[in-house]
Write a protein that binds this ligand. Structure first.
Ligand code: SF4
Length: 318
């Protein structure tokens, strides 16, 4: 079975990041990478939890307070506790989002509702601890495999590339499931992703290979296990050394068809990449060029060589 081309990528997003003036002070936090660079490739599903629970714009600022493992959401000035209201809303909203089949989510950092990492939790005494916004917490609990990131962290080239890679991988996985896989289809899916997985985690690559090759791999339970592990693998940081090893695998598979100068050129570029002299896109482009020129479709079709739209230029910076 060929993978069905996924429909447009659908991402949930904190509404203020797209420029909606929904923040407590009546402002926004428009993020140019999201609106201008990523925007043409995605359909946004903007959500402002604080507005959707009925708070106005502008409004009194909220904060997290109490225990950082289970913080309360309170109005900073008055201490009014909005925890139950936000939890009820988050439960209903995330259930509604399930029907939309999101491929990822970008959350606003440091927000007591939307923040994903190290949101300040104020205690009666001492310095604030780090916790998670109440809406963000409900979101990641309901969708454990969904790629989710914060706007601030997306400024880091490696985190940005990893997030977008996971988003497109999740979209491919969903499209694969929607096409009702038959016996051995998972093996074909895995074969196309194997170098991408290897760049993140050789251990997951081995386990996923066994799952894909096992009898009954198209059954619901087995597919569920594969999907969870697949997304877990891609969330592991792909290091320069692992990328270089994957490129080395490609070089090994191309070796017989390449003449000596071409082999030497590829080896040198891989070495340059390993040493941090050139970005990943440089050796990758040469591998893709050779695979296409030589008609090696198994190699040219590897997702690793085209994990996301080249216009995003994400591998020019890692
Ligand atoms: S961070 Fe979340 S709750 Fe705050 S304004 Fe943005 S979308 Fe609304």
């Amino acid at each position: 079975m060929r993978e069905r081309e996924s429909e447009k990528i659908r991402l949930g997003v904190s509404a203020c990041l797209l420029g909606a003036e929904v923040r407590y002070d009546g402002g926004h936090k428009k993020d140019a990478f999201l609106t201008d660079t990523l925007g043409p490739f995605v359909e946004w599903v903007p959500v402002c939890p604080e507005v959707e629970i009925g708070l106005g714009v502008p409004r009194d600022a909220l904060r997290l307070a109490g225990d950082d493992a289970a913080p309360r959401l309170v109005v900073q000035k008055t201490g009014e506790d909005l925890t139950a209201r936000m939890r009820r809303y988050a439960e209903t909203k995330t259930r509604q989002l399930e029907a939309l089949g999101l491929h990822g989510y970008v959350l606003k950092r440091a927000s007591p509702s939307c923040g994903l990492f190290r949101v300040r939790v104020y205690r009666e005494r001492g310095r604030p601890n780090g916790g998670r916004g109440l809406y963000a917490d409900a979101l990641v609990r309901r969708f454990p495999a969904l790629p989710v990131e914060e706007d601030g962290r997306l400024g880091d080239a490696a985190i940005r590339e990893n997030f977008i890679e996971r988003v497109f991988a999740f979209a491919r996985w969903r499209a694969f499931l929607e096409a009702t896989p038959r016996p051995r289809d998972l093996l074909a899916f895995h074969a196309a992703q194997k170098f991408a997985i290897l760049a993140h985690s050789p251990a997951h690559h081995a386990t996923l290979g066994r799952l894909a090759a096992a009898p009954g791999s198209h059954t619901r339970d087995k597919l569920g296990a594969y999907g969870a592990l697949f997304m877990e693998a891609l969330a592991i940081r792909a290091t320069r050394a692992r990328h270089a090893n994957v490129l080395q695998h490609f070089a090994g598979l191309l070796k017989r068809q390449l003449d000596a100068p071409s082999r030497a050129e590829l080896a040198e570029l891989i070495q340059d990449y390993r040493g941090g002299l050139v970005p990943l896109v440089v050796p990758l482009t040469l591998v893709r060029h050779h695979a296409l020129r030589l008609g090696l479709t198994d190699l040219a079709d590897q997702v690793y060589l085209n994990p996301h739209p080249k216009e995003l230029m994400l591998r020019n910076h890692v």
